[in-house]
Design a protein around this ligand. Structure first.
Ligand code: NCD
Length: 369
């Protein structure tokens, strides 16, 4: 075990490349914690696997095959922050792959009330399972636990299902997958599963809302850096604008970006617009009540200025960010994102257990002529 893996306080100051290396095994992702772990090849593979899984699952025989893939594994969904959609998305992904899962959602009924520390709880409960999916309000907790389990030599993969205000890597993967399906719809519908095409070159993606505290935005910005030629626009109140660390990362990766104050002023330039809600659960003293957030909204009245293939995205849940009249516009992608997420999470879990080869073989045998 490398010494760095044992010292959380030192780990925080490690360069990202080192943190990424510590989460991998033999150059392959083991714990899924940070979006920066994903290179282009891995993202392409996961999109392809997600697409294969949804096709295979269309028949009873296909679904039965998938259910045998990981029927020898058990997962713990450790969701200590409110969640229904992401929780059920992972639950459905486990069911598709035949994984039995159990949940921990309320620490007040666990031994933590007897004074057990939370990291001890995770170490103890992990003994029953082969995989942990974790949503936690504290940034870095999932990464810390990945190293804590590694140090016990009882390592099982941990997948980050949302870590405080920091990251939500599987949401970012499903967002990339959704964008591929939106930008490459015709090719993908015809059965072209080559996700190595850079469909993002020359595209402008706007992020709107609480960009400072929205973990989905942060993780997606990291992943988009893998696509040369993408451009980003950040539209937020000044207090909630995207953080400096992300801008530095974009700069290092030579990604072009701009800021805007008003959705209406830039909507005509956008190929995708990623709306987000106010993350006021992270307020310390109700400070976001003073912000005029209603302006960060997309209205059906802007439709004449939309590009014909604009992708309207939202990680959900939404409040008033998207005019409900847009729900039936074919450019609205937010319900597809939810559906795509289930396949992407199944792909990520299958990949974590080295099942990608079996899925690709099955697909090639049954779907290519
Ligand atoms: C997001 C999250 O939890 O970060 N939701 C999700 O996972 N679908 C976005 C949000 O809560 O605003």
């Amino acid at each position: 075990m490398p010494e760095e893996a044992r010292k959380p306080e030192e780990r925080e100051t490690l360069p990202t490349a080192k943190r990424v290396a510590l989460l991998n095994r033999h150059d392959r992702i083991f714990h899924v914690i940070l979006a920066q772990q994903f290179d282009r090849e891995t993202i392409d593979t996961l999109c392809k696997l997600a697409e294969m899984l949804r096709n295979i699952a269309e028949t009873r025989q296909g679904l039965q095959f998938l259910k045998t893939l990981l029927s020898h594994k058990r997962a713990m969904l450790y969701f200590i922050q409110p969640s229904t959609r992401t929780f059920l998305s992972f639950a459905a992904a486990c069911q598709i792959l035949g994984i039995a899962y159990d949940e921990v959602r309320n620490p007040s009924v666990s031994s933590e009330v007897k004074g057990e520390t939370e990291d001890d709880t995770v170490r103890v409960l992990s003994q029953y399972f082969n995989l942990i999916v974790m949503r936690h309000p504290k940034e870095g907790f999932a990464e810390e636990m990945a190293h804590a389990l590694d140090a016990l030599n009882m390592s099982i993969p941990i997948i980050n299902g949302g870590s405080g205000q920091d990251q939500h890597p599987t949401q970012a993967l499903l967002d990339i997958y959704t964008l591929h399906r939106a930008f490459g719809r015709v090719a993908i519908e015809r059965g072209n599963l080559d996700f190595s095409t850079n469909r993002f070159a020359g595209k402008t993606i706007a992020f709107v809302g609480d960009l400072k505290r929205g973990r989905t935005v942060r993780s997606l910005a990291y992943l988009l850096c893998r696509y040369p030629g993408v451009r980003m626009i950040f539209i937020a109140p000044p207090e909630l604008q995207i953080s400096e660390d992300i801008l530095e990362y974009l700069g290092r990766n030579e990604v072009e970006y701009a800021f805007a104050d008003d959705v209406g002023a830039v909507i005509h330039e956008c190929d995708a617009i990623y709306m987000t809600r106010l993350q006021d659960e992270y307020d310390v003293a109700g400070e976001s009540k003073k912000i005029d957030f209603d302006r960060f909204h997309i209205s059906a009245d802007m439709t004449p200025r939309f590009k014909p293939d604009l992708a309207i995205m939202h990680p959900l849940p939404r409040r008033k960010e998207i005019d409900r009249r847009l729900d039936t516009d074919p450019r609205a992608q937010y319900f597809s994102q939810v559906h795509n997420g289930m396949w992407m999470r199944a792909a990520a879990i299958a990949y974590a257990f080295h099942m990608d080869g079996a899925i690709i073989d099955h697909y090639q045998t049954h779907f290519t002529y």
